[in-house]
Design a protein around this ligand. Structure first.
Ligand code: BGC
Length: 741
């Protein structure tokens, strides 16, 4: 079984959206959903450029769906090619994650009984960030007249919300098509170019349809196959190449045309070889694998690595990672705590320069965070719960869906009171520093983030009951609004405050001149000392928030382990759920993953069991953390089961990936394996690991980049192993013992 392959062997219209997401192709600069060539009512096409957000039409800033180039309208003897349940055979579609290419084949039968063989191939270049390529190969059992219409469709919209203005369109020398538009509110210039060529003698014309431009190719098809090659380029004025400059629409258009011409001089095959070579080089450094009877685990791991790679910019520190990467318009392309807590550890341990850029993005958001704090009457940096472009500020919509009874939109309080994100970011800064030892980063960005987030907590606490408390928050469990002393928030704030004393000797002069650092250091110390940290009650349970123990426990069995999310809302309203012991996702137990040194094993075990029984895992962020903790607790069988569920979030038989993959859960697959089963960590600047092997697995291994060395760590029937693949000799701690690799 080839773990690099994701496939479908039957055409199922109800799977169109999910497969558009999970088979999406990209390169960190842009992503293109894996839409089918023909049109179907279920489709949701989407092409995205990292950082191209727009907030027109009363929407908060969202990642804009850009003009589409994936569509091929094909007619055979005047009949449109369109798959139904009966008119085709030999259907298969695969995404080969090893090369990044998608291949789709089927034989379609016309009403007149002619059989036409189709083979579509496509990829987004790993080497040339702006380029994507498509190829359609057709042959027929008997002579048929074929017409292919394809080009650039500018009807793009985010579920009906238009973000792209009326385009200007040009055809150059009867060859290259160009479509130019601006996003409506953010005024980002977009240039899409496209060239289509056909291997057979054909009649060619161009069509200008509303907002779109197409090429129409007509030829007579026989047994000899005819190949149509389509190359496209996407450019935006927000591209990292233009950072700091206002390129102007002519430059954007000119560059896009140049990129396309250059790609055309190579053609599909050469572009593909170049791109696949780069993709293979990626896999060489990311040789992680799980060998088990159930090959699903290894595929899920490759799937996670594939998506982690395409969702993350290779060079731009002005963009984050969306909760759906760029695989769909879900969560509006916004970055959440998902990045720091679920995704970033992977990069810290494998490609630290990417982790650094992601943290630099948070540094660039500091201005917004200071402004947000001021708006709510606090000091320091109150990070946006949802972030888009670096100057967009808080992008969490103030209102959510309507209450079906009253028709009134429900107030969304996350942007105001889901404040743990500030501590999560500070945590990631410190984690990055301890893993990489990157003092340059601390000097330029890290110290300032830690100081200003700590300052925020100093002002966010309330004097109550003779101590400092954090009131009116939403913790990770979003099924509970407006709670006091959410354990997760309080402990993470405490950690954030304590970091100030850890960095006090490396605070750069620049910051000492800018802020009264001594005052911040002492305020952080005093606040940390007096901050209330909820402790375990007589049953050993740390209350998720004040009054949790008094809430009603209910039988969650009808809602757990179901493929459908939010099932509990069929029986209970939001206000009822507030009064019940039910959590959407890992909340208190997150602490045992992040701040494990603060808790003893019994507390971890008791709380893990208690809260897991009360968690419906309605968030894709939940199962991976439970798997990780179960592995750390040594309950390996349970850990494996949970890991299976975590791996199934996008790859399982559900439709909850229709709007895009779940990037935190994908990061979580790696997390559960690396920081759970492999016990990966960093102790006093030394890489540590304590791998445990589930009984059904033959072996697993991970490739970790640590301070310049590439190290393979894992376990097999012979025990655990660590081996240096390249770089300098390194001391590591394996199963509690220091060894040199
Ligand atoms: C979860 C959040 C998460 C967000 C984006 C929500 O459903 O509750 O924890 O940050 O999705 O993934």
């Amino acid at each position: 079984m080839n773990s690099y392959i994701i496939s479908e062997t039957e055409f199922d219209p109800l799977k169109i959206r999910k497969n558009e997401s999970i088979m999406c192709r990209g390169n960190g600069y842009m992503c293109i959903r894996a839409s089918l060539e023909e049109r179907y009512p279920e489709e949701k096409r989407g092409t995205f450029i990292n950082g191209v957000f727009d907030g027109a039409n009363g929407e908060v800033s969202e990642l804009a769906v850009l003009p589409d180039t994936t569509r091929f309208d094909i007619y055979v003897d005047g009949e449109r090619v369109f798959l139904t349940g009966k008119n085709h055979t030999g259907y298969s579609r695969t995404l080969d994650m090893e090369t990044g290419e998608a291949v789709r084949v089927f034989t379609w039968e016309s009403r007149a009984g002619k059989k036409i063989k189709f083979k579509f191939r496509s990829f987004v270049s790993q080497e040339k960030a702006h380029i994507a390529a498509y190829k359609a190969e057709l042959s027929a059992s008997e002579s048929a007249d074929v017409k292919i219409i394809t080009g650039i469709c500018g009807e793009a919209a985010n579920t009906g919300v238009q973000h792209i203005g009326a385009p200007v369109r040009r055809v150059y020398e009867n060859k290259t098509m160009g479509l130019y538009a601006k996003t409506l509110a953010s005024c980002v210039d977009i240039a899409v170019h496209c060239s289509v060529k056909c291997s057979a003698g054909c009649t060619v014309s161009h069509l200008a349809d509303r907002r779109s431009l197409y090429k129409c190719i007509e030829f007579t098809l026989g047994e000899k196959s005819v190949v149509t090659e389509k190359l496209v380029s996407y450019v935006s004025s927000r591209d990292p190449e233009y950072d700091g400059a206002e390129p102007g629409s002519d430059t954007v258009a000119g560059d896009g045309k140049k990129y396309l011409e250059n790609a055309c001089s190579l053609g599909y095959d050469a572009l593909f070889n170049e791109s696949a070579g780069k993709q293979r080089a990626y896999w060489k450094r990311h040789g992680d694998k799980i060998v088990s009877k159930n090959g699903f685990y290894d595929r899920a791991l490759k799937f996670a690595l594939y998506h982690l790679n395409i969702m993350t910019s290779q060079s731009d520190n002005r963009v984050g990672i969306g909760a759906k990467g760029m695989s769909g318009e879900g969560y509006k392309g916004h970055s959440y705590w998902d990045t720091e807590i679920f995704i970033m550890p992977h990069f810290m341990f494998t490609e630290p320069e990417k982790a650094r850029r992601l943290l630099e993005y948070r540094f660039k958001l500091l201005k917004s965070a200071l402004k947000k704090a001021e708006r709510f009457g606090f000091k320091g940096a109150m990070y946006p719960w949802e972030a888009a472009w670096i100057t967009d500020g808080e992008t969490c919509p103030e209102y959510g869906d309507i209450d079906l009874l009253t028709g009134e939109a429900r107030r969304n309080l996350m942007g105001e009171i889901e404040v743990h994100i500030s501590a999560d970011i500070a945590y990631a800064v410190w984690q990055y520093y301890t893993i990489t030892g990157d003092t340059g980063f601390m000097e330029s960005c890290g110290c300032e983030i830690i100081l200003l987030t700590a300052l925020f907590w100093c002002s966010r606490v309330t004097e109550k009951n003779g101590r400092l408390e954090i009131l009116n928050v939403i913790g990770p469990d979003e099924y509970k609004d407006c709670v006091d002393n959410n354990a997760y928030t309080n402990y993470m704030a405490y950690f954030n405050l304590k970091l100030v004393s850890k960095i006090k000797d490396i605070i750069p002069k620049r910051l000492k001149e800018k802020y009264d650092c001594e005052k911040i250091v002492s305020a952080a110390k005093n606040t940390a000392e007096r901050l209330y940290l909820p402790e375990a009650n007589e049953n050993g349970i740390i209350p998720q928030f004040d009054g949790y123990a008094e809430l009603k426990p209910i039988d969650l069995s009808p809602y757990k382990n179901k493929s459908c999310v939010g099932l509990i809302f069929k029986d209970y309203g939001f206000s009822q759920i507030q009064k019940m012991q039910v959590s959407k996702q890992a909340d208190t137990v997150m602490l045992f993953y992040l701040l494990s040194e603060m808790f003893d094993k019994k507390t971890v075990f008791d709380n893990f069991k208690f809260y897991e029984e009360r968690t419906v895992h309605d968030s894709s962020l939940s199962m991976c953390i439970h798997a990780l903790l179960a592995a750390r607790l040594g309950i390996i069988e349970a850990a494996e089961k949970m890991f299976y569920k975590a791996c199934s979030v996008d790859l399982g038989d559900t439709d909850n990936s229709d709007d895009g993959i779940h990037s935190a859960s994908i990061g979580g697959i790696w997390l559960a394996l690396a920081m759970g089963f492999c016990g990966l960590g960093c102790e006093d600047g030394v890489l540590s690991a304590s791998p445990v092997l589930p009984v059904d697995w033959e072996s697993f291994e991970l490739c970790v980049e640590y301070r310049g060395a590439l190290i393979k760590i894992g376990a097999d029937a012979g025990g655990t192993f660590a081996e240096r693949l390249c770089g300098d000799k390194t001391k590591i701690k394996l199963n509690g013992k220091y060894i040199e690799v």
